[in-house]
Design a protein around this ligand. Structure first.
Ligand SMILES: NC(=O)c1ccc[n+]([C@@H]2O[C@H](COP(=O)([O-])OP(=O)(O)OC[C@H]3O[C@@H](n4cnc5c(N)ncnc54)[C@H](O)[C@@H]3O)[C@@H](O)[C@H]2O)c1
Length: 364
């Protein structure tokens, strides 16, 4: 597994996702830069792995970023940019993002705009960041008006995956990465779906080799999609499967009590139901999707975020406000079959309300 290398083909912005066995392999694989190098490291990751990482990257200065979504903010961006300047960063510097999607998105955005753009390297430490956010060059911070509303496309120079870092990741965070892996499989690869169904899964005894194997399979799919459609003009939208309802759930709960990957799991189950109603997905495949999410202990009903029920028209209102919906239409990425995805299509409000009401009747 340690020899796995996945290319992301984007002309002069091409790079590789490399699975490595030890952090020291990072420095060995990169060309040196003229300026000082800085790692922006998630504070929790620093507590758990900082000593080994610092030893492996002796020429890199570490700056701690507080854990949590709050660090994806203009405040954190400005504070970190000032720290970089104080510590001698120039336009010849390079940044390393060492953490989950929060640190990855913040560092990527900062690298995209600092001195009008400097290179950065992704070292994802959550499964979600490994399978999704570290690859593809989407970066952003949140503003009061919404999540991820200000950002740039800025591709990393390289992505290094150290599967052993997952040993310290809480199980609930691990499941969030599995949710994104399931999504990636469902939109493009029936074989990977079958593997996810077939392989035994015991979450308290995380099998790092298995996680490395399925994460690599997911990254291959994402890398292929991004290589064909970097700026999401077309098929990159497939990766938003399950996200329309997920964003509405996150907005309704104020991001409290539910993690992104969990909201995406509920969104996928609901999108499977809608796909059966309007896109020709078979009832058997809809059931398979529900079973697969449950196998990986992911929530698949609205009862998890809303134990006392929720008004479906409220969710529809929030979906309409989502930034991905053009001209008031509510658009959904739907499946024709397992591994067969469609470009986003508008779904009439009456159908949406009916499908959400049906979704509310589903048990656990
Ligand atoms: N850019 C993209 O394409 C993209 C795609 C998907 C999600 N995202 C963004 O990613 C973010 C979510 O990322 P996330 O789920 O990785 O969350 P996160 O970065 O908040 O990390 C989750 C938690 O795990 C901890 N952690 C990280 N690595 C650890 C390790 N190895 N051991 C123990 N604890 C560890 C962190 O301290 C944090 O508490 C969201 O902001 C989302 O918008 C971006």
């Amino acid at each position: 597994m340690t020899a796995t290398v996945i290319p992301v083909r984007l002309g002069e912005r091409s790079y590789e996702v490399r699975y490595i066995g030890k952090a020291a392999d990072i420095a060995a694989a990169l060309q040196p830069v003229k300026g000082k190098e800085f790692a922006l490291v998630d504070a929790k990751v620093d507590r758990l792995h900082g000593k080994a990482l610092r030893k492996a990257l002796p020429r890199v200065e570490f700056i701690k970023i507080p854990s949590g979504e709050g660090s994806k903010s203009f405040l954190a961006l400005e504070k970190t940019a000032n720290q970089l300047v104080r510590h001698g960063a120039t336009r010849h510097s390079r940044l390393y993002a060492i953490g989950g999607g929060v640190v990855g998105d913040l560092t990527g955005f900062l690298a995209g705009v600092f001195m009008r753009g400097i290179p950065f390297v992704q070292v994802p430490t959550t499964l979600l960041a490994m399978v999704d956010s570290s690859v593809g060059g989407k970066t952003a911070v949140n503003i009061a008006a919404g999540k991820n509303l200000v950002g740039v496309f800025h591709q990393p120079q390289a992505v290094f995956i150290l599967p052993a870092l997952l040993k310290t990741l809480p199980v609930r965070e691990l499941r969030c990465g599995l949710s994104e892996s399931i999504k990636t499989a469902l939109i493009a690869d029936a074989g990977l779906v079958a593997t996810l169904e077939r392989r035994p899964y015991e979450e308290r005894k995380t099998d790092i080799d298995y996680l490395a194997e399925i994460s690599a399979a997911s990254i291959r799919i994402k890398a292929d999609i991004v290589s064909k459609d970097e700026k999401e003009q077309n098929i990159r939208a497939f990766l938003n499967f399950g996200h329309t309802l997920a964003h509405a759930i996150e907005a309704k709960t104020g991001f409290r009590g539910i993690l992104h990957g969990e909201a995406v799991a509920i969104g996928q189950r609901s999108a499977a139901l809608l796909s059966r109603r309007v896109a020709g997905l078979s009832a058997a495949d809809e059931t398979r999707i529900g079973d697969l999410l449950r196998k990986y202990r992911l929530p698949a009903t609205l009862k998890t975020p809303f134990p006392k029920s929720v008004k479906v028209n409220e969710l529809v209102r929030l979906m309409r406000a989502d930034k991905k919906n053009m001209s008031g239409d509510i658009r959904f990425v739907l499946l024709r079959g397992i591994g067969a995805c469609e470009l986003p299509r508008p779904v009439p409000e009456t159908e949406l309300l009916a499908s959400l009401k049906e979704f509310q009747t589903l048990g656990g």
